[in-house]
Design a binder for this molecule. Structure first.
Ligand code: ATP
Ligand code: MG
Ligand code: MG
Ligand code: MG
Length: 438
């Protein structure tokens, strides 16, 4: 991508309405613009990050055996009347009337929709287990939308739903998502700690929230320090096998959100120097809730003995758009965002220090082409801004590597490579410089 053709409306000043650093940086880096309270447009740079996060979530869901579907944003109120949640859900639900005066709503979650699909399509235990997920916009009319995309009203969520014949099988499905989530967040450069959580309006009796520790987090959490450095299951983890050992290892140490916190147990089980009491951001939440929806909605299959069995279900959410903010909260400095490579909008920025100079232009284009041939996503700054402003912008938008191409270097056959995270700058022969970033 050539910066001169891109749409990157960076702000030099910090917007006064943004309270936390990720919100400020997302506005300054031209990633999003608010179009109404808690409702955002995603500009090119923000959209690229959102898509990269989405792709990691999708890969890890698929790896764990979940199958992607796409459900609508608008749902019929009648579905929610069937499950008994229509009135109970309260003011967070955006209720709409269509032209025929029928009640519809913008889905805050999709248990009802998926349960209906499953009920109407699956008849036999032989079709189980199944886990279906979608990555779709949700709407919750939050009483206080704030912190930018971290607590939006419209937000992108991955929500998965598991269907099983027995409680044991459903708990296995739960463990698959639990393990899959450990991998998902780690791949984004985050350390998300699974913590015992309240099941809230979703219902059920087994639940974990995945929490990123951050001062600006809205949850108060308590955990054993070793969990923050816990071992992440490898990519060849067998999701068809028994995941109990991994699950047990991760749940044997104390970790709880404030709703589930037991101060006495915490003091008893966790040595003082390992006690972490901190603020955290909820980036994922998994639930096992059994027959809470399948029972009222009549989602049953024929079991091995010919009897009708009500399905055992769980649901599994990830805040895809919230993660964009959460990653920035976890990874920034005074100069701007520091993207972990796997979610960076571009992996390398090629900075042409003398746009318009034929030799420098040619060298910069050549570097870009070489990197792209190696499969790297490159942003070429081909504008005629002064060098200082170019560097400030690249630091602000947080591209992991900057390759600086100037007329002096071109003559000497050298480029300068700057690593955003450490700030180290090295002048290297062209080949060695390219190696550094590939
Ligand atoms: P919170 O406690 O932050 O209100 P929640 O517990 O209501 O979240 P869930 O129903 O568990 O949310 O939804 C699954 C995931 O969706 C959450 O873990 C979170 O990452 C994300 N999420 C929920 N509400 C929002 C929101 N208003 N804006 C952005 N992401 C959200
Ligand atoms: Mg909520
Ligand atoms: Mg919550
Ligand atoms: Mg939750």
């Amino acid at each position: 991508m050539h910066l001169s053709r891109y749409f990157l409306p960076v702000l030099r000043e910090t917007p006064s309405d943004a309270e936390i650093v990720s919100h400020k940086l997302m506005l300054r880096a031209g990633m999003v613009r608010q179009s109404a309270a808690g409702i955002y447009s995603w500009l090119p740079l923000g959209l690229k990050v959102l898509r990269k996060i989405e792709a990691i979530v999708r890969e890890e869901q698929n790896r764990a055996g979940a199958v992607e579907v796409l459900m609508p944003t608008i749902q019929s109120a009648d579905l929610w009347r069937e499950s008994g949640r229509y009135d109970a859900y309260g003011k967070e639900m955006l209720r709409i009337k269509d032209r025929h005066n029928r009640d519809v709503l913008y889905g805050p979650t999709a248990e009802e929709v998926i349960t209906t699909i499953f009920r109407d399509s699956v008849r036999s235990y032989k079709d189980l287990p199944k886990n279906l997920y979608n990555i779709q916009w949700k709407f919750r009319d939050e009483v206080r939308p704030r912190f930018g995309v971290m607590r939006g009203r419209e937000f992108l969520m991955k929500d998965a739903y598991s269907f099983d014949l027995t409680k044991d099988a459903a708990r296995e499905a739960y463990r698959r998502m639990f393990v899959s989530y450990l991998r998902t967040f780690a791949r984004m450069g985050l350390r998300a700690v699974p913590m015992r959580a309240d099941t809230g309006p979703i219902g059920g009796d087994l639940s974990h929230e995945f929490i990123i520790l951050a001062e600006t987090g809205e949850s108060q959490v308590f955990c054993h320090k070793d969990l923050i450095e816990g071992e992440i299951p490898a990519s060849d983890t067998d999701f068809r096998g028994d995941l109990t050992p991994i699950f047990d290892r991760w749940t044997s140490l104390y970790a709880a959100t404030s709703e589930e916190h037991d101060a006495e147990r915490f003091a008893r089980e966790v040595p003082a120097d390992k006690q972490v009491s901190a603020r955290g951001i909820e980036v994922g939440h998994i639930f096992y809730f059994g027959t809470k929806y399948s029972e009222p909605m009549g989602a049953r299959v024929q079991g091995p003995d010919g009897q009708q069995v009500t399905l055992e279900m769980g649901s599994y959410g990830i805040g895809v758009s919230r993660l964009v903010g959460a990653i920035i909260e976890a990874s920034h400095d005074e100069a701007g965002i520091v993207w972990p490579v796997p979610v960076a909008p571009f992996e390398v920025a090629v900075v042409n220090l003398k746009a318009g100079d034929a030799d420098t232009d040619k060298a910069a284009l050549d570097v870009k082409a070489r990197l792209e041939a190696a499969g790297i996503d490159v942003l070429l700054d081909d504008t005629d801004e002064r060098a200082g402003a170019k560097f400030a912008t690249m630091d602000l938008i947080g591209i992991p590597y900057q390759v600086i191409v100037g007329p002096k270097g071109v003559k000497a056959g050298e480029i300068e490579v700057k690593e955003r995270k450490t700030g180290t700058r090295d002048t290297l022969p062209l080949e060695a410089g390219l190696e550094r970033t590939i």
